[in-house]
Design a protein around this ligand. Structure first.
Ligand code: FES
Ligand code: FES
Length: 184
């Protein structure tokens, strides 16, 4: 067993984990963060997406020991004082879900997309979430939700990339798919 220290959704945890333990299993089984779900065993679906130090990753592709010393945000850490994150609200308003199983990962990936590109085109949204699968095929409303969130968040929030503050004008509109594990 290896001791790791991880800050998850604003709370610091110190736990012993086996070196083979995946981050998603650590989150769900040791920390009770069951809002992060497992939708496949092939690293394809993206349902398990969380933010690791501000960047979207598929938590089934990361070992818990690799998160030692890091900050993790899950879907459960987005709402603040009972107020939904604009992306959560947009998914609700635009009905960007059907069964909802893909939704946690979709939301986490979509937030990361807007961090990289605050005003994505429809094509850029579709490319940006290509690492996340919706088995209900509800992509049309998911794209609408991301567009709504982009409009709502544009100009109203500062965004950070890594440790650096970036202005809304400094964006990489040609960003490659940025969900770790999405690239083949
Ligand atoms: S559970 Fe499917 S990509 Fe992680
Ligand atoms: S809403 Fe059912 S998998 Fe996406």
């Amino acid at each position: 067993m290896t001791q790791i220290n991880v800050r998850v959704d604003g709370v610091s945890y110190s736990d012993d984990v086996e070196p083979r333990t995946l981050l998603v299993h650590h989150l769900r089984e040791q920390l009770g963060k069951v809002g992060t779900v497992v939708g496949c065993d092939t690293s394809n679906c993206g349902a398990c997406t969380v933010h690791l130090d501000g960047v979207a990753v598929k938590s089934c592709t990361v070992l818990a020991v690799q998160a030692d010393g890091s900050e993790v945000t899950t879907i459960e850490g987005l709402a603040q004082n009972g107020t939904l994150h604009p992306m959560q609200k947009a998914f609700h308003d635009s009905h960007g879900l059907q069964c909802g199983f893909c939704t946690p990962g979709m939301i986490m990936a979509s937030i990361d997309l807007l961090t990289e590109n605050p005003s994505p085109s429809e094509t850029e949204i579709r490319e940006g979430i290509e690492g996340n699968l919706c088995r209900c095929t509800g992509y049309q409303n998911i794209v609408r939700a991301v567009q709504q969130a982009a409009a709502e968040m544009s100009g109203t929030q500062d965004r950070t990339v890594g440790n650096g503050h970036v202005s809304l004008a400094v964006v990489d509109t040609a960003a490659a798919p940025h969900v770790a594990g999405a690239q083949s």
